[in-house]
Design a protein. Structure first.
Length: 240
């Protein structure tokens, strides 16, 4: 949900750039200045600046910022290795960790009045999902070659007419389920917060929902990355 007055709109107006409200037009500049795009740039800048500030000087005895990143990155690495194996975890670690950080911060930023979550727009979540969907099929073809088709035909030849359509539809449906799950939950969170802010004021009434919003934001980031890991791990496994 887009707040009535977006923080980023003030910056765009000062820079003389298009300030979109609703339909933004077909021009490249207008599309790049759409709220979900500008808040994507904002999240990227935030992650870059924070990581530079906290990891500028690595020390043998880490401080608070370095400790945070070591715990987070180490935990993600252990999780990926446990579910995909060391080789695939090393190959996919940059992509999956970027997704985890971007989605978590993108979800949380919408809790700040005047900001919006870029993940509350279906364009953003569908773009992330397409990357995951293409990647797990590339992994499948690299691991099995042409025999990757066996993942879609079932265990016995006489089940092919039944299993092939089911497997193809369920696989394509991942594009919808993965993207709409994230989009729907974050959109619902922002819509509910917007209604409460208008009806009950900006102070104590929305506070429980904001606390729930933090939980939803983190859980949805975890679910997206978890399903991405599962899809990639399944593509590498041998068909049964």
């Amino acid at each position: 949900m887009e707040h009535p007055i977006l923080f980023i709109s003030i910056i765009l107006e000062k820079l003389g750039l298009p300030v979109p409200h609703g339909f933004v037009g077909n021009g490249l500049l207008e599309q790049l200045c759409a709220p979900y795009m500008t808040y994507t740039w904002l999240v990227m800048v935030f992650l870059f600046v924070v990581s530079k500030m906290t990891l500028g000087n690595l020390e043998m005895v880490p401080g608070g910022g370095q400790n945070f990143w070591e715990i987070l990155i180490g935990g993600l690495d252990d999780f990926f290795v446990e579910n995909m194996g060391r080789e695939m975890a090393d190959a996919l670690f940059p992509m999956l960790t970027t997704f985890a950080l971007y989605i978590a911060v993108g979800n949380l930023i919408g809790l700040i009045p005047g900001f919006m979550s870029p993940t509350s727009n279906l364009n953003t979540t569908l773009a992330l999902t397409i990357i995951v969907w293409v990647t797990h099929h590339v992994i499948g073809f690299r691991a099995h070659g042409f025999n990757y088709y066996k993942h879609f035909i079932g265990p016995m030849w006489w089940l092919i007419p039944l299993m092939l359509p089911i497997e193809l539809i369920s696989n394509v449906a991942r594009l919808l389920s993965l993207s709409i799950r994230l989009f729907g939950n974050i959109m619902a969170k922002e819509t509910l917060l917007g209604i409460l802010f208008m009806l009950a004021g900006a102070f104590f009434a929305p506070l429980p929902i904001m606390m729930l919003g933090v939980l939803v934001s983190l859980v949805q980031a975890m679910v997206f990355v978890l399903l991405a890991v599962v899809y990639c791990a399944q593509a590498q496994e041998h068909a049964h």
